[in-house]
Design a protein around this ligand. Sequence first.
Ligand code: GLU
Length: 438
Amino acid sequence: MVPKRKVVPIRPASPKRAPALELAPENLNPYQFALRQFERAADYLSLDAGTRQLLSQPKRQLIVSIPIKMDNKKIRVFTGYRVQHSIARGPSKGGIRFHPGVTLDEVKALAMWMTWKCAVVNIPFGGAKGGITVDPKKLSMDENERLTRRYTSEIAIVLGHDRDIPAPDVYTTPQHMAWIMDTFSMTQGFSTLGVVTGKPIPLGGSAGRNEATAEGCFVAIDEAAKRMRMKLKGATAAVQGFGNAGAHVARFLEEAGAKVVAVSDSRGGVYDKKGLRMELVNAAKEKKGTVTAGRGQKVSNSELLELPVDILVPAALEGVITRENAPRVKARIIAEAANGPTTPDADDILRGNGAVVIPDILANAGGVTVSYFEWVQDLYSFFWDPDMVRTQLERTVRRAYDDVAETARRHDTDLRTGALILAVGRVEEATRLRGLFP
Ligand code: GLU
């Protein structure tokens, strides 16, 4: 959730003479901070003005009205988006988010981050993202299905296994992907498995796709810890967000012997400095719909970010670590399972405090990596066993971590900037080699 803006006043040197100065409120628009991150990498790469303009804007933006009949027979119209940021390196790829906070600017930022993410792990995709401004928890299953199907038919003109391939994101599941695959196939007259990833396994889904984001994130944490000589066994961790990414990361950390002391979801969190048991947290979430129903002291989502832990995993939404709370973040490793959880100002503060931020486009790239494997399996109609998926995923993420760390070292900068230099450089190269049409 985007927190309320806060004005941080600066005391003038001499209160009598100088008028009170106020720092401008931090810009929490995700597209604006995606642009700031991009500009930083573009400076390192000395990109010219034209190339900057080309890469900082989405290639296509589609806004659709989605009328559906609710269960009470009344019509409601929702707004949906599909933004394709780049197709320079291949078809565009990226998830679909159902959330009340979805805006065009958010989808534009997420689409741009997908382009960089696919380039960081070096898979042959560009970046896209979609979303509907809706609270899907307030809709029945039937309403969710009608919404997904009508949205798919509205954006079908830009989709295709060789054009643009959606996947799950916040509050969308393999079931939503099944409806997308079916609806798109109906418009074609034949089944096209490769038009969407994150599908249920009987419909051409891949083994290991559900845990892939978390598995990639865990591998990245393991790499960071090794390089810092931090042992995961006995390390303490807090995980914000208990969706597909957060819940599995928490479990993997626990399995590696770390002490997960706090977890949260949209309703708040629980904390136990002796360590929570993920089995019990999962049971509470399953039974009561929230982790807060389980054991442990109650903490808010913002308090969780400031707990004295070794590892912090923001796995919910963007813009949660800001200029305001960053000075109080104590974790030494911050692994961004969410997209865009740290603002650029916060990034500078964390770096200044010596924390290692594993940036989203590396930390959560495991999801799209296994999406790529799923797409390959669909196109070949030949399916891999779980071990093959796991081995290839781990190899991809470790190699990407190495590439990012090496780029950061060469430019004497942090991992985020290193990842962006690597990614923007790869996309720029593809764009340059293709040249401009006509
Ligand atoms: N929504 C996920 C992400 O942000 C997965 C995208 C995909 O698999 O295409 O990376």
